[in-house]
Design a protein around this ligand. Structure first.
Ligand code: GLA
Length: 383
């Protein structure tokens, strides 16, 4: 169903443009089939309108998603008493995301990063005998797709209603040579807020020349609700027995080292803060989940003891970057006027291993013409 056909009210800048609902076939007994997906215009970037979508489910959860950067700005999840509070870092005012100070601070709150999420050493790689040069925007290295990655562009967006729940499908056409990468890439992410309190991320894409592709959702979670404290008291479990060892610029050396007996070991639950002082700079490491893309399986569980909230992460990806918000330095004031200090949020970025294009022993990230790029990650909230 075309959203445009449903456009109702037109008026001043930030008004609700329209709603979509009742897309569910009659026989479908969707518990939230009578609710609508709200779509608002919230600004303009690069001459394109930016929309914010609000997804809801029957349990009362909601998520707000921007067409700029495919950013999840808000995600409300229940605590043990059913109280809905925001569990992600971000801004109430969407325009904050495209201000210069925010872009320079580079936390990538809630966005989709790409073409290549995480780092590529020295901003270069060689493919089929040809060297490709990328921006070095993180010390000597390339990070999260470059100067204007997928987190800083306006995606096409359409609401989608499925058996699973309300969603929004965002699509971006990245042209050959953009940020130095070869090939015309069409990439999509569909966020679905499911009936069973999951934020499901389905990624898909195609390309017309071989190119490394590694996109991921860069959400920062804080399960206290409203980011009341830092996340050091959150209990983390990651089902990985190895991680990719990195050098001082956070580029993998190629070694996959066992976590056993080290502060990197989260095979049993530990609070994030328990051993963080023993990890130089804090956690910012890729955990090895498998040696290639696989079936969807649980890879991490996080519990916040005060609120009772929990988060389970499932993915088809071979790695997950556990980042403990080490570069949050109190420069940004986010939703609800909260100052985001060090360790105010954590990320679990499901991905291929960093610098794979330069690491022949890592699972390949090269997307070939005719192949379909596809992976799924689920963030499941419990209380
Ligand atoms: C990823 C990286 C970190 C940092 C954050 C964004 O998690 O691994 O080093 O760049 O993104 O600040």
């Amino acid at each position: 169903m075309k959203f445009n056909k449903l456009l109702g009210i037109v008026g001043a800048a930030s008004i609700i443009l329209g709603v979509i609902g009742g897309c569910a076939p009659k026989q479908k007994k969707s518990t939230n089939e009578n609710m609508d997906i709200k779509k608002e215009i919230v600004g303009q970037v690069d001459g394109k309108d930016v929309y914010q979508f609000t997804l809801t489910n029957a349990g009362g959860m909601s998520a707000k998603v921007l067409s700029y950067g495919a950013i999840v700005t808000h995600l409300y999840a229940p605590d043990r008493d059913g109280k809905m509070e925001n569990v992600v870092l971000g801004f109430d005012d969407p325009a904050q995301y495209w201000t210069e100070p925010y872009i320079n601070d580079a936390p990538y709150f809630g966005s989709v990063v790409g073409r290549y999420g995480n780092r590529i050493a020295q901003g270069k790689f060689t493919l089929n005998g040809k060297e490709y040069l990328l921006a070095t925007n993180n010390g000597p290295n390339h990070l999260h797709g470059g100067l204007k990655g997928f987190d800083k562009v306006v995606w096409d967006a359409e609401p989608v209603m499925t058996e699973e729940g309300q969603g929004v499908k965002l699509t971006y056409n990245s042209v050959d040579g953009e940020e130095g990468y070869p090939g015309n890439l069409t990439i999509s992410i569909t966020y679905t807020l499911t009936k069973d309190n999951c934020l499901k991320c389905d990624y898909s894409g195609t390309i017309d020349q071989p190119c490394p592709v590694n996109v991921t959702h860069h959400g920062y979670f804080n399960l206290t609700g409203g980011a009341k404290t830092n996340v050091l008291g959150h209990e983390m479990q990651i089902m990985a027995d190895r991680y990719t060892v990195v050098d001082e610029t956070l580029i993998p050396t190629g070694e996959l080292r066992p976590v056993a007996g080290t502060p990197m070991d989260f095979t049993e639950p530990h609070t994030i803060g328990e051993r963080i002082d023993q990890v130089e700079g804090g956690y910012d490491h890729n955990y090895v989940l498998s040696d290639d893309v696989t079936e969807l399986r649980p890879v991490a569980t996080v519990k916040e003891p005060v609120s009772g909230r929990s988060l389970e992460v499932l993915t088809t990806e071979p790695g997950v970057q556990f980042y403990s918000g080490n570069f949050l330095l109190g420069n940004l004031t986010g939703s609800g006027g909260v100052v985001y200090n060090k360790h105010w949020g954590f990320c679990l970025e499901t991905q291929h291993y960093p610098d794979s294009p330069n690491q022949p022993t890592f699972p390949s990230t090269i997307l070939e013409p005719g192949e379909k790029y596809s992976h799924t990650t689920v963030y499941r909230f419990g209380n």
